[in-house]
Ligand binder design. Structure first.
Ligand SMILES: Cc1cc2nc3c(=O)[nH]c(=O)nc-3n(C[C@H](O)[C@H](O)[C@H](O)COP(=O)(O)OP(=O)(O)OC[C@H]3O[C@@H](n4cnc5c(N)ncnc54)[C@H](O)[C@@H]3O)c2cc1C
Length: 398
């Protein structure tokens, strides 16, 4: 279908992170009308929360092509050299100019928290005529409840604001809600400095690493926090001032209650995607590029994109997300051939190898964690296999 036939098609893009903005750039380039709903006060709100963290992929892999074309048209100077930006530099030198200086600026609604998605006049159970009904996206801003009608919805709301709880079994530890003042979720400030200081203290024996410590209970111990692996007072435990919960992230599916979804039971991602991104088999550098076909849902016209599309899998790369939205925009525009054709060729190494969290030279040489583990190994990557062979519980990357 020629792009001209799609003019006027409204595409609601939920989330104004790197992938949501890239989606808007591709949709615009295809002659359709994107509307980005972003919960935060500015685009890149999640990236802003980790602005102090050095990225593990270099500049060249962090810029979407359609977004780059929009920026070039307004005289933007692409960051030069192959350096690794921090999250803050990604914002200042790429996401902010993209959101404020290009034609996207009139298509982004900030302070707009999406609260539900549905089809006008159709609850989830109703089928006849469903496909012809437009989507209605409800959102909340300072003025009160608002809504937007759209032909297609791309959910790129990420996972940053729904961290996993502290409990080792994926549920909140018993008592977790009562000790929130002692907990921090996600990436602590000055993470790089903390990591380096930590490594020295571990090497000098001043810090004990409690491997295989499965958190099940949290409670107060005077003014401090008691972290335990069991209910009994004499079980294994640690008493600390603060606990940083870095157990990963998960998608928020609550506002999609009226959308017909099909999700992998383990990873909470589109089922076709699960075998491609499974952390038991893959590291971020070995996920093959994919697009609209793998991301499709039983609800026609609804797509997940970006890190949210990976559900609970930690193997996401921005570059793969950019390829997702290129393909989705082509599919929505009716250009099925372009949607099917994979345009991204991931380099063998270097896309996710440093200088962020990886400091081990073997890891740097071969991409994330030394690449994927052999198919039959009970491990997520080469580093994990090696750690287990040395009698450890694993490399901890997943
Ligand atoms: C510390 C860190 C370092 C990383 N480094 C790299 C790297 O070097 N290379 C790489 O390829 N990848 C990296 N990643 C992984 C990934 O590329 C990033 O997380 C990236 O930001 C994902 O982009 P996204 O657009 O999918 O989601 P996000 O950046 O999370 O954006 C989602 C947006 O949606 C908004 N939102 C959330 N809920 C709602 C709602 N209900 N309504 C409206 N808006 C909503 C959020 O405010 C946010 O702005 C890193 C991730 C982290 C956490």
């Amino acid at each position: 279908m020629p792009d001209s036939l799609n003019r006027g098609k409204t595409v609601a893009i939920l989330g104004g992170g790197p992938v949501g903005l890239a989606a808007a750039a591709h949709v615009l380039e295809r002659g359709m009308e994107p509307v980005v709903l972003e919960a935060g006060p500015a685009a890149g709100h999640a990236v802003r929360q980790w602005s102090h963290v050095p990225m593990f992929s270099p500049w060249e892999y962090n810029i979407d092509k359609a977004a780059g074309r929009l920026l070039a048209a307004v005289g933007w100077n692409a960051p030069s050299g192959g350096g690794y930006p921090t999250g803050g530099e990604l914002l200042a030198q790429y996401l902010e100019p993209l959101a404020t200086r290009t034609p996207l600026k009139d298509r982004i609604r900030t302070e707009s928290l999406v609260t539900s998605v549905g089809r006008v006049g159709f609850d989830k159970a109703k089928t006849k005529g469903r496909e012809a009904a437009p989507f209605e996206v409800r959102y909340q801003n300072g003025k009160g409840p608002e809504s937007l009608r759209a032909d297609t919805v791309i959910d790129a709301t990420g996972t940053w604001f729904t961290p996993n709880p502290a409990g080792a079994d994926g549920r909140p530890a018993i008592g977790e809600h009562e000790v929130q003042d002692r907990l921090a979720y996600g990436m602590p400030e000055a993470r790089g400095a903390l990591g380096a200081a930590f490594a020295k203290l571990v090497a000098s024996g001043k810090i004990c690493v409690e491997a295989g410590f499965k958190v099940s209970h949290l409670s107060r111990d005077g003014a401090r926090l008691r972290i335990s692996t069991g209910a009994t007072c004499c079980g294994r435990h640690a008493v600390v001032d603060e606990l940083v919960v870095a157990t990963g992230l998960r998608p928020d599916l609550d506002f999609l209650r009226e959308v017909r979804l099909s999700l992998d039971p383990a990873l909470e991602c589109p089922p076709e995607l699960a075998p491609l991104i499974d952390p038991n088999e893959h590291s971020c550098g070995t996920v093959r590029p994919h697009g609209a076909r793998e991301l499709a849902q039983p609800e026609p016209g609804f797509y997940f994109a970006g890190i949210k599309s990976y559900g609970r899998a930690p193997t996401f790369l921005m570059l793969t997300g950019y390829e997702q939205v290129r393909s989705i925009a082509a599919e929505i525009a009716g250009d099925h051939e372009a949607a099917r054709t994979v345009e991204l060729v991931l380099p063998e190494t270097g896309v996710c190898s440093g200088p962020g969290p990886l400091t081990n030279q073997a890891e740097v040489a071969s991409g994330c964690c030394g690449g994927p583990a052999p198919a039959k190994a009970d491990a997520c990557c080469v580093a994990d296999v090696e750690a287990k062979q040395e009698g450890k519980t694993g490399c901890g990357c997943a």
